[in-house]
Design a protein around this ligand. Sequence first.
Ligand SMILES: [Zn+2]
Length: 359
Amino acid sequence: MKSMIFNNAIILEGEEFEITRGYLVVEDGVITEIGEGKTPKKRAIDVKRGYVVPSFTNAHVHLGDGIAQDIGAYEPIEKRVGKESIKFKILKRNIIPGIKASLKEMISSGTTSFCDFREGGVEGIKKLKGCLTPLHEAVILGRPDGDPIQSVLNESNGIGISSISSYNETELKKISTAVKSSGKLLAIHAGEVRDDLEEALKLEPDFLVHLTNVNEESLELVFSKNLPVVLCPRANAMLGVGIPPIKEILSNTLAAFGTDNVMVNSLNMLREMEFAFKIIRGLSKDYRFNGERILKAATLNGRRVLGLEDNAIKEGAKADFLIFHNRKYIYDPIIAILHRFEIKDIRALVKGSKCIKRY
Ligand SMILES: [Zn+2]
């Protein structure tokens, strides 16, 4: 049996991130014991009052355009990621090195699971699959791009529709019906530039991505259906299309964060959290808005939206967590994670029986 013992830890335990000062035991990739105080067990790693936190889930990315970071940064969204845009010219190149570099960057910044809207049909999905390592848990949503829908579904976790305007009504219906009968996921970019919620909701998606430019009525409709939403505030800001109503969405439905196109935005979930947290507090003038909700959106919620097993830190759960270095003078670990810690403060990543350490 392979076991790892982390001693002298401050553990953000369970769904509510309750603080336990003690130790944590992982056996064969599963958390078997969380206890208070110091463990007398031998071979324990002293994490020096480090914070044990669930790993991040990046609930919306496009890794394929990672070879062209910030290309066309001063061009409008249509020229960067629309039909016949710079992005699609880039995707014709050899994208594999960019995907590999992005996957590496995700692990070093504490993200173990992600959802990719993969372009390029079956071939595109295979390219990403070929780059994955045992540390990555990928939910790949493909798109037909000339291939039969069923072939794309056979290779993927479902379909990620780029935009309502990419297909006609008959094609959309065909896609939606095929995904529903396969039992896989259907997601769609919606309300990024204009409010197209009415058409998007007709497809009965499992979750929506963006909701940056939507009216109150559309938002109410999403909330009444309890439809999960993935927010990409930094990418929206970078593309100059607006800022989604983050506080309202986080308060009314299951919401997670994604960093979107690697071409447009970095994969760093620490930065995504800080941006979202401060935008909410700054725009709403609500200084009481609790940071725990942001951390939850970047960790546990993402996995719930994607239908993955929970990675809350509790006995019996699969190990999927980070250990942040503790610094002097920190009074609130969650706030510190949201806006003080950097990638270099992640001292260990534990996924199943694997542990990457920087001690
Ligand atoms: Zn996207």
